[in-house]
Every structure is written in C-alpha cells, then in structure tokens.
Design a protein. Structure first.
Length: 425
C-alpha cells in the first residue's frame, strides 16, 4: 500500500453542492483530499425556507460532512475557514493561522447575502442563507405571533414583508400563507385572519423573472388566491425596524422583514488576488480553471463561468463534478474537459398542490403534477437516506391530506414564562 502522503493533495474549500460533487468525483482518483468548511455540515439551501416557516427541522436539511468518509476514506474533513491564498507557493492560510499546501485547489465556498447597500437592510431584515438564519426567522416568527395573541385587540397581528420575488421569495411567502391559513388560524383565535399579512416586494413588474411568462402569471395568481400581497414596481429604498420604505415613497408596515434577494462573494475573496467577473465572482474558463491559474479551480455560486450559468443547485453539482473529473485526469497525465451544462429546468412551489416546473427549457407544468415533480426532485437531491425519509414525512404532514388543516408546525424557541426571582438581601 502506497504512502498516502506521497499522493497529490487536493484541497476543496466549501462543503456545498459544488464542493461535495467535486469530492465524490475524486473517489477513485489517486489523490488525498482535504475538505475545508466553516461548518461541520452541508446545508440543502433550497429547503431552508421550510425550516424558517416551521415545516421541517434543521436536521432534515443538513448532512454531517464527516459521514463522507464512510464511503470515501481518501477524504479528510477540516472544520476551518479559508482567509488567505498564496497561489504562487500553492498554499492556503486558515483562520487559525495554519498554512496548508496543495497540488490542486478547488474553491467552492459559495456566496453570502447581498443587501445592495440598502440602508437598514442588514440591521433590520432577516436573511435566509444559512441554517442559523432560518432558525432565527422561525424563532422570531413564533415569538411575535405569541406577542400578537396577547394584545387587547384581534386586529393587532403580524405583518411580514418578503423582499424579492424570485424562487426563494415566492416559496417563503407561499409557505407563510399556508402556515397562516391552514395551521395557525384555529390555533390563534386571538388574531384576526386579516391581521396576519404576507407581502412580496419585487423591483419590476413580475415575480419569477427566470421562468416562462405563463408560469409567472400562474404563480402570481396562486399567490393572490392565498392572500399574499404583491407590491411590484419600485424597489426598496430603506428598511426600518417596523416598516419597509420603497423608492417611490410608499411605506409598508412590517413586523418581520425577510430579505430573499441578492447574493455576493464573501468579503475575504477580495484579498485572494484572483481575477473577478460579474458581481465579483471568480472568473473561470470553460474547464472551470481560474483564469491564469492552472492548478486552481472554482465551481458553484462563486464561479463566473463563460456561459453565465445561474446560481442554482444544478450548475453547482455539474460544475463540481466536472472539476473533480478534470483533476483526476490531470493527476494521471490526461487533459481537462469543458463544462457542457445540461439545463434540467427549474421549479418553485407556491403552496399545497400549487407549483411550477420548467423542464429542459422545453416543457412547463403547473398545479398538482408540478408539485409532485418538485417533491420528487427535492427529496432525491438530499444527501443521506435519513434526510430523505424525514423530509418526505415532514412535507407530507405539512401539505398532505388530512394533516394540512391541523396546527402542527415545528415551533420556534419562544421564551418560557417565569416569575421574577426575589431580590437577594
């Protein structure tokens, strides 16, 4: 058996879709792999809004990264954070000041929330790009519902504003409407139904701009049927603690503002001295090698590809897999291949039996069939059989007959009521 330390060292930064796909593609390659991530788990971001709205537990959509070693012993998982890069010396610096040498480097560390410089957005709006952020929304949601239930009048409820009319914004707004109409109305008789409002604010005249026009219209109609307000046209000028101010001067009262639009690279990328493309992402060639760096690859949301691929799961999965295959080819004396992206389509769910699906850019579906397609794709995309089973159960309980009319949300951490401790002395 050869000494593992003599094998080429591949460092993969980021345990998301792209990073894990790259690691798996190197399973049979004669390399040793170090997977670096600031968290100990992978998060299935497309279902984070279900965690934020009480439909799923966070464990349903997270996967323990060290479990990769069960089937792939050439992987070492390191719980750390990349802060520096010396491309000439082929090494990276971690937050603990440790330097790690590499033969090939894969940057798949993703992106973070972008507030576009909007005053008050970072301070007063809730982002939803990580598990902790989703839990914060869920906890705040139920704290404020309980607070509203204890007020003297039934019209003092909860006003939620969702900024962004893309897939995330539409899905979180639809989930909140389901939570309100089918679960919480019987549970909170103290709150008038109209007092729990959900509003989407979207710059431009339509939601879901990346979908076909027919699907956009269907989604908008379904949202309105669920009493989700659509405020289209002007963008957000400022976010206040209790309202959202738009560029046309309109002020929308808000007890809970969710920021569901815009992403950008992490701040530390600025110090890496790598070529940057649109929106500050790292510029790569067709084979996903960083321009000017033969031994550094980038994939997923952080990579600006020549084809300008969307920042979605499938481009990250296919890109990460290609990076792994290209590195495997290089270490055995082969050549790299270019990414030939297969657009399998996109989809979004609005609510029970209401979804849209755009498949292979040729066919589109709405209603119950699209919902079942959405369910199948998301369940099968999860990592681990336990996550697939628990997530399927959770979504059936939320949307399936007859459970959907019962108030069975996964409740946030509402502080318990305790008497004041007597003063000492």
């Amino acid at each position: 058996m050869s000494d593992q330390s003599e094998l080429p060292h591949v460092v993969v930064v980021g345990g998301g879709f792209a990073g894990i796909s790259a690691v798996k593609a190197l399973a049979d390659a004669p390399v040793r792999i170090t997977l670096v991530d600031r968290r100990v788990y992978n998060t299935f971001n497309p279902l984070l809004y279900q965690v934020a709205t009480g439909g799923l537990n966070p464990g349903n959509v997270t996967y323990f990264l060290r479990s990769l070693r069960i089937k792939q012993p050439n992987v070492r998982v390191l719980h750390e954070h990349l802060v520096g890069l010396d491309a000439e010396a082929r090494r990276i610096r971690l937050l603990n000041d440790e330097w790690i040498d590499y033969d090939y480097l894969v940057l798949a560390n993703g992106v973070t929330t972008h507030y576009f410089g909007t005053p008050g957005a970072k301070e007063h709006a809730f982002a939803m790009y990580s598990r902790s952020q989703a839990l914060k929304i869920r906890d705040t949601l139920f704290v404020r519902l309980e607070k509203s239930a204890s007020t003297p009048t039934r019209d003092d409820g909860l006003r939620v504003v969702v900024v962004g009319g893309g897939s995330t914004g539409v899905e979180v707004a639809g989930a909140l409407a389901e939570l309100r109409d089918q679960g919480l109305r019987p549970a909170y008789p103290e709150i008038d139904g109209e007092a729990f409002s959900v509003t989407i604010v979207q710059r431009g005249e339509e939601v879901l701009k990346n979908f076909h026009p027919r699907l956009r219209r269907y989604a908008a109609d379904q949202l309105r049927r669920r009493d989700v307000g659509l405020h289209l046209g002007p963008g957000v000028a400022e976010v206040h603690p209790d309202s959202v101010e738009l560029t046309d001067g309109t002020v929308i009262p808000s007890d809970l503002t969710i920021w569901a639009t815009g992403v950008s690279p992490h701040a530390e990328v600025d110090a890496w001295d790598l070529p940057r493309g649109r929106a500050g992402r790292i510029s790569v060639g067709a084979d996903l090698r960083v321009k000017g760096h033969d031994r550094i690859f980038a994939a997923g949301d952080i990579a600006a590809t020549p084809e300008e691929l969307p920042q979605l799961a499938q481009p990250a999965i296919q890109g990460g897999s290609l990076v792994g295959k290209n590195i495997a080819a290089l270490v055995t004396g082969g050549t790299t291949s270019d990414l030939k992206y297969l657009d399998k389509g996109t989809m979004a769910i609005i609510g029970r039996r209401a979804a849209i699906a755009q498949v292979f850019d040729r066919a589109d579906f709405t209603g119950g069939f699209a919902w079942l397609l959405w369910l199948f794709v998301h369940i099968m995309s999860l990592i681990g059989s336990r996550n697939r089973l628990t997530t399927f159960t959770g979504l059936v309980v939320r949307y399936g007959f007859p459970f959907y009319r019962r108030p069975v949300p996964i409740v946030g951490d509402v502080p318990s009521m305790r008497p004041k401790k007597p003063d000492a002395g």
